[in-house]
Design a protein around this ligand. Structure first.
Ligand code: ATP
Ligand code: MG
Length: 231
């Protein structure tokens, strides 16, 4: 098992191909993220951003090289002990049929209603939820059509905060949102990022500006890295 982690992440000369007899999709990728750092991954479509994330969460195993968390090669630990310390938020937030309360509690199944509300408040989701007809007990549908893209994202933030992982992965939604919602999401996200090592496939300029490190991925390689000022 992977012991409780601080969230130090290191890719050591990682190369990867999805199938045998195909070219490497990632080529000699090396980087280090210290505990608590926010790393933004940017680059054109097909560059390999999602692939980096897939290897970190061990959705696939590296072909060559090594991924370490707190100095431990993740190929040597159980998937359960790895994933339980990692929060993954993909572009399309998973909403199931049930109440908003239940949807947030999914992050920590034994959470009390008070804990759910406290988490929602931290990530700035509480206001919109209270405006719903039955507040936290409002029923939503699996397709979540009653919720806007921004609201779904806020639910994902609250859910992930409850789960309290040391490593966070966010594939930022590309859906168009208005400026006010963007500011709200930014505020909520900043609270969620506190004290976690975070990898964000970033589409919003505000996210990129706030990152400690920006890694530009192109053709399976990190072609540039630095802060927003440096790049
Ligand atoms: P986008 O911005 O469009 O999400 P990305 O940077 O996340 O792009 P990846 O999804 O990592 O790019 O894809 C990198 C390369 O790997 C692409 O050429 C893609 O076609 C290929 N690829 C991705 N997933 C698979 C898979 N499951 N099997 C085979 N090839 C894949
Ligand atoms: Mg992708």
């Amino acid at each position: 098992d992977l012991p409780p982690i601080h969230g130090d992440v290191e890719f050591k000369d990682v190369s990867f191909k999805y199938e045998e007899d195909t070219p490497m999709i990632l080529k000699h990728v090396s980087f280090h993220a210290a505990p608590g750092e926010t790393v933004a991954l940017v680059g054109p479509t097909g560059a390999g951003k999602s692939t980096v994330i897939n290897l970190l969460s061990r959705f696939y195993n590296v072909t060559e090289g090594e991924v370490d968390i707190d100095g431990v090669d993740i190929s040597r630990v159980t998937l359960k002990s790895l994933r339980s310390q990692m929060g993954v938020m993909l572009q399309d937030t998973f909403i199931f049929s049930g109440t908003i309360l239940e949807n947030i509690r999914y992050g920590k199944l034994d959470a009390t209603e008070e804990e759910v509300i406290a988490a929602a408040k931290v990530v700035r989701a509480d206001d919109f939820i209270r405006d719903m007809p039955q507040g936290y007990h409002t029923e939503v549908q699996e397709r979540g059509s009653t919720l806007s893209a921004g609201q779904r994202q806020l639910i994902a933030f609250a859910r992930t905060l409850l789960a309290d992982p040391k490593i966070l992965i966010l594939d930022e939604a590309t859906a168009a949102i208005d400026t006010q919602t963007e500011l709200l999401l930014q505020a909520g996200l900043n609270r969620l990022l506190e004290g976690r090592t975070s990898f964000i496939i970033a589409h919003r300029l505000s996210t990129i500006q706030n990152a400690d490190q920006i890694m530009v991925v192109n053709h399976g390689e990190i072609v540039e890295r630095g802060s927003h000022q440096e790049l």
